[in-house]
Ligand binder design. Structure first.
Ligand code: ADP
Ligand code: MG
Length: 305
């Protein structure tokens, strides 16, 4: 029996409730063999499009109050957690297997002094015209920047996860053989101020949060499932080459040669390297559609010490 942390990319979730339900049905089928083998499982998921959608719905409706970003993140954890629970419960019902599953609304501690708060880089929500952007910035103190010729968008900070506030709950659920969904969207970012935990406007990268969760629960393996079958060097060039088995030392060289794109593959590589370095255990980056093979280590990129 092993303990796995499985991290699902935003691509796993589609663009609306119906798509999300359908895609998660596939995810549930892929994870099912691990459930049947009685492995411990923690599922972490992204929430980029979903949290943007929730935030936008509040922002654009004149009859509802503005909703802080941390609260929107909490809503997305509940909504996505419900769909993951439902998909896994339905396959267990079909196969006559019983195992409890629960979503933990998860706060993740970040450092108020994280330099990320000084350089807000993560665009969220909808696009605005210059005048609208100026107004939002004046009215709500948002930082607005021009995003690749498509208009102005709000940007927020993306600090690193320091600790998981609900870690004891996650550990007891695992001890109780429950399947756990936690740190959705990277977790709800909170800082510690005057002895209180306070939610902040930020987005924690879900790849880094997955690695933190994997470290805390003592995972035997971390799986990051995304849209590509492997990590590649010279990605998107005629020389593109898939990496299958790779060590930390080899990855260091590729990192130096900038083979991994910031904001997409780089955080996955960094997160996996942190986990492998801290635990001496392997991490796998693979395609969601090849999840079954990835769990058997016959597809994807396996990162080893
Ligand atoms: P997720 O929602 O799963 O976090 P991302 O889009 O953030 O997905 O990251 C995965 C994407 O990273 C891939 O779809 C691919 O386009 C991109 N990518 C950038 N560099 C590489 C690379 N060297 N190898 C593989 N994929 C890469
Ligand atoms: Mg990503």
């Amino acid at each position: 029996m092993s303990r796995y942390v499985i991290s699902l990319g935003g691509n796993a979730l589609g663009n609306n409730a119906e798509e999300q339900k359908k895609l998660l049905k596939y995810v549930a089928h892929a994870i099912y063999p691990l459930i049947e083998m009685n492995h411990d499982i923690v599922i972490v998921h992204g929430n980029g499009p979903q949290v943007g959608m929730i935030n936008l719905a509040f922002n654009e409706s004149p009859s509802t109050p503005l909703m802080p970003f941390a609260e929107c993140g909490a809503m997305s954890q509940g909504y996505i957690g419900y769909h993951i629970q439902n998909a896994i419960q339905n396959i267990m019902l079909e196969r006559h297997i019983k195992r409890p599953i629960a979503t933990v609304v998860t706060q993740v501690l970040v450092d108020e002094k994280d330099p990320a708060f000084l350089h807000q880089t993560k665009p969220i929500g909808s696009f605005y015209k210059k005048e609208e952007a100026d107004e939002l910035s004046l009215k709500h103190g948002y930082t607005m920047v021009e995003d690749a010729g498509r208009g102005y968008r709000r940007v927020i900070a993306s600090p690193k996860p320091v600790d998981v506030i609900e870690k004891e709950s996650i550990l007891s659920l695992l001890k109780d053989k429950q399947i756990v969904i936690a740190a959705g969207g990277g977790g709800i970012p909170v800082i510690q101020r005057n002895g209180e935990l306070v939610g902040v406007d930020a987005v924690i990268d879900k790849d880094h949060a997955s690695a933190k969760i994997a470290e805390i629960v003592g995972a035997d393996e971390l799986f990051i499932l995304t849209a590509v079958e492997h990590v590649y060097i010279d990605y998107n060039t005629p020389n593109q080459k898939a990496l299958k088995d790779i060590t930390l030392k080899e990855l260091d060289i590729y990192l130096e040669e900038s083979h991994f794109k910031k904001g997409s593959m780089l955080p996955k590589i960094e997160a996996c390297m942190n986990f492998v370095r801290a635990t001496g255990r392997p991490a796998v980056i693979a395609a969601l559609e090849k999840a079954v093979e990835a769990f058997k280590q016959t597809s994807g990129t396996i990162i080893k010490p």
